[in-house]
Design a protein around this ligand. Structure first.
Ligand code: ADP
Length: 283
């Protein structure tokens, strides 16, 4: 259901797309793209027509996660044709822009030979294309992998299209959570319904003995279900936002990502795998 958006410029819906769900995090590296792609694949696996749109400018990871690359072709209406893998349609900044890898320690993007003003124009043009000129065909859900943060890019995207709901990804760490709360505030101000918060890397389950260690635990205390005064679950309560669930820290999630076969797909043959269940549970 859409709320009234008085005073805001009229937004556009994406043609043939029923619902747009944004996956967002205020910080990079908390697992936003991993969760976005597994969420999308969970939907697709249930027969829901799904696409994923990766709007991350400097670190688009959907191409790697879905093991896809190359330039999308244009259809007769000059719209980009999505690239598909595992039954999931995808479009990414990574298919459109020459990529310069951000430095993994400083996060800085090295200068490439493209003049900065030209690069800015290319980004603006590519973003517009991503939002308005992709031939998705009929989709039930489009998952929007937003760039991390709560800045201009997020505002611009929200001004250009109607986002039906947002899923917030956080880790249990205080600093990540503080930023996530800021992210929730941003969506609430933009009148985008917050569908809930996912706690990624909630704990490490030892593959040998099964012991669960809350590595990033802070506030989300050892009492998993009781007595959390602060932390993700408590913040959700305070803000009236649903807590959607925990995803464990698991080396195989990372390996799956690196080989371009997200966990929801990788675990398909394994019955009742905890990891797949975690992602499906969130979906
Ligand atoms: P973001 O989109 O927030 O920047 P990514 O989804 O790219 O984060 O994840 C950052 C890194 O953490 C990636 O290497 C990813 O494979 C890894 N990762 C994410 N979630 C998990 C998890 N639950 N267990 C293990 N590794 C994870």
């Amino acid at each position: 259901t859409f709320r009234s958006r008085r005073g805001l410029p009229e937004k556009r819906k994406i043609r043939d797309v029923k619902k747009i769900v944004a996956v967002s995090s205020a910080k990079g590296g908390v697992g936003k793209s991993t969760i976005a792609v597994n969420l999308a694949l969970s939907f697709a696996r249930r027969g829901i027509k799904t696409g994923i749109l990766d709007t991350d400018i400097f670190g688009p990871s959907i191409p790697t996660l879905l093991n896809l690359s190359g330039e999308p072709r244009l259809d007769e209406n000059n719209c980009l044709v999505p690239l598909t893998n595992y039954g999931l349609k995808s479009m990414s900044m990574g298919y459109l822009l020459p990529q310069t890898q951000a430095d993994s320690t400083t996060g800085e993007v090295p200068m490439d030979s493209t003049p900065i003003s030209w690069r800015g124009l290319m980004v603006t043009k590519a973003m517009h294309q991503l939002l308005h000129s992709v031939s998705w065909g009929p989709l039930d859900v489009l998952i929007l992998d937003l760039p991390p943060g709560t800045g201009d890019v997020q505002l611009t995207i929200n001004q250009e299209i109607i986002i039906d709901g947002a899923v917030i990804v956080s880790t249990p760490q205080d600093i990540a959570l503080r930023d996530a709360v800021r992210g929730i505030g941003m969506f609430q101000r933009m009148e985008v319904p917050v569908l809930g918060m996912v706690r990624n890397m909630a704990y490490f389950a030892c593959p040998q003995c099964g012991t669960q260690t809350r590595i990033f635990s802070h506030g989300d205390s050892h009492h998993h279900t009781h007595g959390e005064n602060h932390g993700v679950v408590a913040e959700c309560k305070r803000l009236g936002v649903d807590f959607l669930g925990d995803i464990p820290l698991d080396a195989r999630v990372c390996e799956d990502a690196d080989r371009g076969m997200p966990t929801v797909v990788a675990e398909e043959s394994v019955e009742r795998s905890a990891r797949r269940e975690a992602f499906l549970g969130v979906a």
